[in-house]
Design a protein around this ligand. Structure first.
Ligand SMILES: NC(=O)c1ccc[n+]([C@@H]2O[C@H](COP(=O)([O-])OP(=O)(O)OC[C@H]3O[C@@H](n4cnc5c(N)ncnc54)[C@H](O)[C@@H]3O)[C@@H](O)[C@H]2O)c1
Length: 332
């Protein structure tokens, strides 16, 4: 019987390897540099290095607005490039995998990293939808593999979903939670793996209904988005859907609400749409989104979103969450 080695402790993690330097890998690079880590990356695309450095430069002003004490320019001299995935694994204290979402890509990338990275070092996958047990099938030492799924723009949005697979060791999940906390993230630890994890399931449930209402002509694309921007989304940034539902019951809370509306809620659930992305539905979606853009480019929209997020994060960090005063958050 082989005894599992102790994991490399958080304090010893200095070089973080990024397998894949597309949009997510670049965002991780910016955040890691802001927290003093060295970054090593591998990406077969010859343009990836230039793209990564440009992306980090672009992200840096937002990071400086959040983290005081950062230099005016990002420390790009702390970014190294690996010639192969094996070199990446050999030179890293932890690997965050951000290659394309296809299972074939995940198989080749993860099996190569797994073979070259010592068993006491974590492999974290950014995958947005593949359950970790599926990814563990590609590894000979799957117990140190788990998911650390971020949200765009990943250098700003604090949430990371941490999900272990059937064969992940518990202390690997603990270490990932502490690693992301050290990166200024708000990691959540999922107890069970599912396709889409947790947050994409919530997101896609809302998206499905938004597309259904658009295709049924319930409201314009502008008004569908406004219902979130000026209504649900405002509340959801402060209290989540379950607490929102509880507060809707007034002083009697969720118990009173369910007592009164149980059958109505079930009826509304029964009436929700389940659109398919037919050509007709897609046409309506494309037309609606063209209307929403108001002629402004997606890059401009993304820049506006990011600057708004910076302000929101500053506001949020100055606002105590009532539950934290009673029971400070346990990270592991
Ligand atoms: N885009 C998002 O909103 C988002 C958010 C969270 C998580 N994710 C997840 O992150 C991962 C990457 O997504 P992305 O949006 O950055 O994709 P992307 O297409 O922007 O980047 C993928 C990168 O992987 C590189 N790549 C391809 N083969 C490789 C290999 N063998 N080794 C190393 N790199 C390789 C590509 O050249 C590309 O640069 C996916 O698993 C996705 O589900 C995406």
């Amino acid at each position: 019987m082989t005894v599992a080695p102790d994991l490399l402790p958080l304090e010893a993690i200095r070089v973080v390897g990024l397998a894949g330097a597309g949009s997510v890998g670049t965002a991780w690079a910016a955040l890691l540099l802001a927290h003093g880590y060295e970054v090593l990356f591998y990406d077969p695309d010859a343009q990836a290095g230039t793209r990564l450095k440009d992306g980090v430069r672009e992200a840096w002003p937002a990071l400086r607005a959040i983290y005081s004490g950062l230099d005016p320019l990002p420390p790009l001299e702390r970014v190294g490039v690996a010639a192969t995935l094996e070199d990446l694994a050999r030179g890293s204290d932890l690997v965050q995998e951000n290659a394309g979402e296809s299972l074939e890509t995940k198989r080749s990338v993860l099996s190569t990293i797994d073979a070259a990275l010592p068993a006491n070092k974590l492999i974290l996958s950014s995958s947005g939808g593949v359950p970790p047990s599926r990814l563990q099938e590609f590894c000979a030492r799957p117990e140190r593999l788990l998911l650390g799924h971020p949200f765009h723009p990943a250098y700003l949005v604090p949430l990371v979903e941490v999900v272990g697979g059937e064969r992940t060791r518990e202390d690997a999940v603990d270490l990932a939670m502490r690693f992301y906390t050290a990166l200024g993230k708000h990691p959540i630890r999922l107890k069970k793996e599912m396709v889409g994890h947790l947050t994409n399931r919530l997101q896609f449930a809302v998206l499905r209904e938004a597309i259904h209402c658009l295709s049924e002509g319930v409201a314009s694309a502008d008004d569908i988005d406004a219902s979130m921007r000026w209504g649900l989304g405002l509340r959801w940034a402060m209290v989540g859907p379950l607490m929102t539902f509880n507060l809707a019951g007034g002083p009697g809370g969720i118990e009173q609400l369910i007592d009164r509306f149980r059958s109505d809620v079930e009826q509304w659930w029964g009436a929700l749409g389940a659109p398919m992305l037919t050509d007709q539905v897609c046409e309506k979606l494309f037309a609606g989104v063209r209307e929403l853009r108001h002629g402004i480019s997606n890059d401009e929209w993304a820049r506006w979103r990011d600057s708004a997020l910076v302000e929101l994060l500053r506001f949020r960090s100055a606002l105590p969450y009532p539950a934290d005063a009673i029971q400070p958050r346990q990270e592991n």
